[in-house]
Structure formats: C-alpha cells, structure tokens
Design a protein around this ligand. Structure first.
Ligand SMILES: [Fe+2]
Length: 575
C-alpha cells in the first residue's frame, strides 16, 4: 500500500511517501525551489517522492493532505461573527487559501495525467494538528504515549493534546486560535528586532546571555490556565482578523507585526533591525525563553497527570525549541521524549500520511523512525561529471582513506563541506549536508562566521557526538538523533570542546548511531582516534539559503565562500 502525504500552501511545504508503512522518501520543497520556507504546492517534492518509490500517481493508493478546511468550521464562523469589521484582508486570505486547497486536484493533474474522479477518491484531508501528532507518535518507538502538538496555528488550532495507543490517536483537548504559544514567541522575537519567518531560534540562542528578569511582566501577556492549557491577553497581540501570516505570489511566508502599541507601552519600544543588542534585550530574550519553558512544562505536567504515561511525543513549531525539549525529563514526570526530525510544518506531510496509514486504514505500526536521511542522493559519477565540465580538479579516495584524510584536514583548522548520502528531512543538517569543523578550536566559531556563515555572533554551533560517548560528555544520556534537544555539557569537558559549548555550558547535540549514519560515524571515529575527542562541530551546509540539495549547489557554496575542502561522496575538492 502506497500513501503520499503533502503539506501544501503552508510554510515549509513538503511531501513524504510511505510504502507498506515504511518511509521511502520525504523532502521539503524549499530544497528544490531554493527559497527558504517555500509555501506553495510541493510539486517537485511530490515528483521526487514518486520517483523514489518507483510509482506513478495512478499507482498511489491514498493521498493525505495535512489540512482540513472543515476543521472547527463552526468556531471559525463564530469567531468571524464575533469580531466584525476587523478584516477584509484576513477573510480574503482565508478564501484564497480555501480556493487553493480545493484546486489541489488540478495541481496533481498538472504533474501526471490521471482520471480526476479516481484521484479525488484517493484524497484524505487530515487536520493540521492531528498530522503533527501522527508525525511524532506513529514514528516513535512507543506503543503508548501522551501527545502534544504546539505551534503558531493550523486549521484554527494552536495546541492539541492526546493519547496514542498502537495504531490509534485520541485527541483529549485543544486550544483555539488566536491563543497561541507560537504567536507569543514570534511577537517577542519581532519585538527583539528579528522580523523574518523562522527567526525564533535566534531568541533561543540569545537567551543564555541574559537573566530572566521580566518573566513576571510577561505573565500579564500569557496566562497559564487551570485546565493545563493557556490563553493570551489579546490586547498585546495583533488583531488576528487583520491576518497573521500571508503568502504572496513568491510563496514566501510573511508574518505581520504581531505585537501591538499596548505591548510597547508595557515593555518598551521594539528594537529596530541593526540596533545594538543591549543587556536589556538579552534579559528579555531570557525571560521569553523561560516563560515558554514554563508553559511547556505546565502543559506536560497536566498531560502526564491525565494520562499517567511515561512517554511523550511532541511536534509543532514550538517543539523546535530544543532548549525546552532538553529540559522536559528534568521538569516533568515524563521519562522519554520523542520528537521527529521535521517537528515543524514540513513534518505535516509525513504525519498526514502516517495518520491515514494507521488511523484511517488501521494498518499495524512499523519500527520507529531514527533516520532523517530521506532526501536526494547523488553518485560519484554524477559528481565527477559536474566537476569535469567545470574543469575543477579533484581527488577520489576510498571510504577509509577519505575518513582519515578529512579528519587530518579538520585537525589542521580546516572548514569542510560534507555532502554524502541522502539529504536530511527537517531543518537540521545531520551529516548528510553539513559543514564541519574541529570542536576543540576556541576560534572555530569566528572562523566559520568569517569563512561562511556571517551570522550573529551569539548563535551557538552544535556538536555531533558518537552515541557511545554521550554519557561521558553530557549531564544527560539519551538518544538524540535529530539535534532536537539541548543538554548541559559536563563541566570538566566544556573547555575541551569550546566551539560547541554555548555560553551557558550547553550543547544542542546529535547522537550519531553507526547503524543510522555509518559514513558520518566513521569520520567522527577517525577524528576520535587522532584526537581522543568523539565529536565534530556540525552546522548546515548553506549560506543564507536553504540547505544545499545538489552537488552543483554544494560546489557553488564552496566556491562562493572560503571553505577549505569540499567532500561529495568519495570526491574531494580543495582550495
Ligand atoms: Fe504546525
């Protein structure tokens, strides 16, 4: 049985395909379109998934669309009636979106010629948050787990809790738009002078430089309710009727300014882009991060009491808060936490497909998903053809020679572009499309920023660590395959790996498993044998663009920046 899932007309549009419950391919459309968070119909991702699975659209049994225009329809209409006059823009936007969703069949038909009536019968609409819940639970190793989906908004919901048992998800409760943890965090992010969609991680990176002095002031904006959920004080946030997010013809998501004059009256004037980041801003970032963590623990503590379960699965944009994720087992009674590699909206395609496969079609569970390598792959021959056409000289080494050669270059202060195997599904590079450096170098951060990234100096770089050594370097021992959790680094180890130790002594780790990532594991092992340190600094292979997808894009990035070495499969290009 073949199930194709898509996230369309929503940020981070994507497609995923499952054959008999096994994920064959999943990819974000931004990787093909080369526009971050691209939000149209994911036609290139769909074509890629069909090709990887070796099927035509005709042969796909079910198509799962991670969106249900009918979800909470009554509440939506009531909301519009109760808030008249606010927004022609919002209503128009909604209508436009509804039209787009209804034309989804035509989009498919443009891809491949199939009978429209047959196609229509294959389509299932899966509500946004149920898709998030399914992406976490059905991919997890748990037979039974509590579930949380938390984001900005989707299908008029911003938060959903539930229980997963076997091949079934039961929804317990939800929070309606516009009361949203995502809207709260994004408003604060914008107020701090970071205006772009997806800038929230900058606040998370800045937070450890401040102290959470303003948590009490923020409690006025974000109220924790006795039912284990929350509500926003809407005076501080944009009237949702005026529209929160829009997608232009370029399919780039643009978020409106979400904080209001009342917000500025209470907390001060918003920082303008480029204005100095003062201690006040850092303290504010720390406060936003702290209250968000408290909110997540508040929701999870209630959820745990309600379910009496020890496992929890989480997804949604707010579940990208790796700092909060890393603290869950220390601050709630949950003992195990699973978060998929694409916990954000790209994961909707995967979740919708999983929902249809298990919940709708009642198919049995499959082994847990620990690998995010579901994207594009290229052969040595394809890479050599590109290099030869451009007259670029290169070396071709066997695997073992290559790991040693690259490890030596890293030790010699090299910054290495590492392009091997299939690309990752989700926002993190995990050794498929990564830029690597020696984590022992105290100047590695400056080196990377000077040579490639040119990003804000307060943002940390992350460690990939062989999974057998997590316990030796971190205060917590856990499987963290997708860099989805931040853990404290043991005090005595921090000075050994300064390049991946954040200012508060933490690191957003990837625990590297030899079975899941054999090549990447072997490289880190070669580095360990030479240095005694089982860790590499890993950042995504890009420069102000979506992560590179093809050898051509990797080569362009290498040539544009001052990277020292480019490794693509068994091919090495050096300066
Ligand atoms: Fe979402």
């Amino acid at each position: 049985m073949t199930v194709l899932g898509i996230n369309a007309y929503h940020a981070d549009s994507s497609a995923a395909i499952f054959v008999n419950g096994k994920m064959i391919a999943a990819i974000e459309e931004e990787r093909f379109r080369r526009v971050k968070h691209w939000a149209g119909f994911p036609s290139m991702s769909v074509a890629f998934c069909l090709k990887e699975a070796g099927v035509t659209l005709e042969q796909v049994d079910h198509i799962a669309i991670g969106r249900d225009p009918m979800a909470k329809l009554g509440k939506k209409l009531l909301f519009l009636l109760k808030n008249p006059g606010g927004g022609f823009a919002a209503v128009k936007n909604r209508l436009n979106n509804a039209q787009k969703v209804s034309s989804i069949e035509d989009e498919f038909l443009q891809l491949q010629q199939v009978d429209k009536a047959t196609l229509k019968k294959k389509i299932h609409n899966v509500e946004h948050h149920r898709s998030h819940l399914a992406s976490a639970f059905f991919a997890s190793p748990y037979e039974e787990a509590a579930l949380l989906s938390i984001d900005g908004s989707g299908d008029f919901t911003t938060t959903m809790i539930g229980i997963g048992r076997g091949n079934h998800i039961e929804v317990i409760d939800s929070v309606d738009f516009p009361h949203s943890a995502g809207i709260f965090y994004t408003a604060c992010t914008q107020w701090l002078g970071f205006p772009h969609y997806g800038d929230e991680y900058k606040v998370m990176g800045l937070a450890p430089y401040g102290s959470p002095k303003y948590v009490d002031a923020l409690r006025e904006l974000l109220e924790f309710t006795d039912d284990g959920l929350f509500r926003l004080n809407l005076n501080y946030f944009r009237n949702p009727k005026q529209g929160i997010i829009s997608y232009g013809d370029d399919h780039i998501p643009v978020v409106a300014t979400l904080y209001t004059d009342v917000f500025e009256q209470k907390l001060g004037k918003a920082r303008q882009k480029g204005e100095e980041l003062t201690q006040f801003h850092k303290d504010f970032a720390a406060s936003v991060q702290r209250i968000t963590e408290e909110l997540i623990f508040h929701i999870l503590t209630h959820l745990q009491k309600r379910t009496c379960l020890k496992n929890v699965c989480i997804a949604g944009g707010v579940a990208q808060n790796s700092v909060a994720n890393g603290k869950i087992t220390r601050n709630t009674a949950f003992e195990h936490v699973y978060i998929p590699s694409a916990g954000h909206d790209a994961g909707i395609s995967m979740g919708a497909a999983l929902y249809v496969h298990h919940q709708t079609l009642k198919q049995q569970r499959q082994p847990a998903i620990w690998s995010a390598y579901t994207g594009s792959k290229f052969s040595n021959e394809e890479i050599e053809t590109i290099l030869q056409a451009k007259n670029i000289s290169y070396k071709k080494l066997s695997d073992d020679e290559l790991y040693n050669y690259v490890a030596d270059r890293l030790i010699d202060a090299g910054v290495v572009g590492w392009f091997r195997g299939r690309s990752e599904f989700g926002p993190r590079a995990l050794g498929g499309r990564s830029i690597l450096a020696d984590p022992r170098r105290s100047d590695a951060k400056d080196l990377l920023n000077a040579k490639i990234k040119r990003r804000e100096s307060f943002r940390p770089f992350a460690p990939s660590i062989l999974k057998e050594y997590v316990d030796e370097y971190f205060e917590l021992n856990d499987v963290v395959p997708f860099m989805e959790k931040v853990f404290p680094i043991k005090k005595e180890k921090q000075s050994l790996i300064p390049a991946v130790t954040h200012v508060d002594g933490t690191g957003r780790l990837q625990s590297v498993d030899a079975e899941v990532s054999p090549g990447y594991y072997a490289l880190i092992e070669a580095f360990r044998q030479k240095t005694g340190v089982p860790i590499l600094l890993n950042t995504s292979f890009n420069e102000n663009e979506p992560i590179v997808n093809t050898p051509q894009e990797a080569l362009d990035c290498f040539l544009r920046t001052s990277m020292d070495m480019l490794v693509m499969e068994n091919i090495i290009v050096e300066r």
